[in-house]
Design a protein around this ligand. Structure first.
Ligand SMILES: CSC[C@H]1O[C@H](OP(=O)(O)O)[C@H](O)[C@@H]1O
Length: 322
């Protein structure tokens, strides 16, 4: 299965996530500008995938003879919330003094590690889910996309589904469509269908009702930044999902590689939340749905307090807040 983000013939090659699920195609990005545009359009997205893209972007800059420090900062600030983007750029820069080939080698090493670390984190999280839920097989609920499309391969929250599905322990997955960009309906549904996992797409606003009706054994989500106290930034809607889960006594498990942990921030209050364009809400599939001049609040993420989270699991095990 093709990597979500990769390097080929001097270019960054990505699966075009804007085109899914109607078209599976790749994009070949030969300049930092093209890569930054792809990041901002969410053609490549998801915290670990952004880390990989950032690292490969530094290699692009090094081979293109650009001012690498300037291009690296442009890459690292292309989207502010996922800590992995800046982490990947910074890691690639550590080898700049050895030349472009060394930068690329470091970036490729990061890509190799990403699949392994997400497999390990999601494998440990699968055991946490099983210990938290008595019912078998499991009825899971996911928000946004934290599958292989959000990582270099495998996946984080959806990586748990792959582990459990292989053992016959998944009855079905309720997939939050995840407004406004529909990463759930478009990407998570596509991944689950590819894997043959039974699923149903639902409006984000139906999640609490599903829990009230006893349809959910565990909520599984990824993360974009985890602070020292265990607060978690993730796709907008995660916080309200956690409140509903807490109200209904449903386990709420966050899965992420340790590159998503940012202990330089004490709490989630310090996380910069990306706000996106108004037309992501005022229009739907290119058609205006809100009045001309409608004001918009369009945060791409929110912050879930650690107190609402059953467990944050990385490849090192259950994260212990500072
Ligand atoms: C495994 S990280 C996935 C994480 O990233 C997504 O955000 P976006 O689609 O805007 O890149 C979302 O927060 C997912 O949970």
């Amino acid at each position: 299965m093709r990597r979500t983000v990769d390097w080929a013939d001097g270019a960054v090659v990505i699966i075009d996530q804007v085109a899914l699920p109607s078209e599976y195609r790749t994009l070949t990005l030969r300049t930092v500008d093209e890569l930054i545009d792809a990041i901002r359009r969410l053609a490549v997205r998801g915290a670990p995938a952004l880390g990989a893209a950032g690292a490969l972007g530094v290699a692009l800059a090094a081979f293109n003879g650009s001012d690498v420090a300037v291009e690296a900062e442009r890459l690292a600030s292309a989207r502010p919330t996922a800590v992995n983007l800046r982490w990947g750029v910074t890691r690639a820069l550590t080898r700049l003094g050895e030349g472009a080939d060394a930068v690329l080698a470091e970036a490729l090493a990061l890509l190799e590690e990403d699949e392994r670390l997400n497999r390990e984190a999601s494998g440990l999280a699968a055991e946490v889910v099983l210990s938290a839920c008595s019912r078998r097989p499991l009825r899971l609920l996911s928000h946004c996309n934290a599958g292989r499309l959000a990582t270099v391969a495998w996946g984080s929250a959806l990586g748990v589904v792959w582990h459990l599905h292989a053992r016959g322990l998944v009855e079905s997955v309720l997939v939050d469509e995840t407004r406004p960009l529909l990463q759930g309906a478009r990407l998570t549904a596509w991944e689950l269908a590819e894997a043959g996992v039974p699923y149903r797409v639902q409006p984000d606003s139906a999640a609490a009702l599903a829990m009230a009706r006893g349809m959910v054994d565990c909520v599984l989500v990824g993360a974009d930044r985890i602070t020292a106290n265990g607060d978690v930034a993730n796709k907008v809607g995660t916080y309200s999902l956690a409140i509903a889960a807490a109200h209904h006594g449903v386990p709420f498990v966050v899965v992420a590689p340790s590159s998503t942990v940012d202990t330089t921030l004490a709490t989630g209050a310090e996380i910069e939340i990306e706000e996106r364009r108004a037309d992501e809400l005022t229009h739907f599939a290119g058609t205006r749905v809100a009045p001309e001049g409608a004001a918009v609040f369009n945060p791409a993420f929110d912050v879930t307090p650690a107190a609402l989270i059953t467990a944050v699991v990385t490849e090192h095990g259950v994260f212990k807040p500072a």
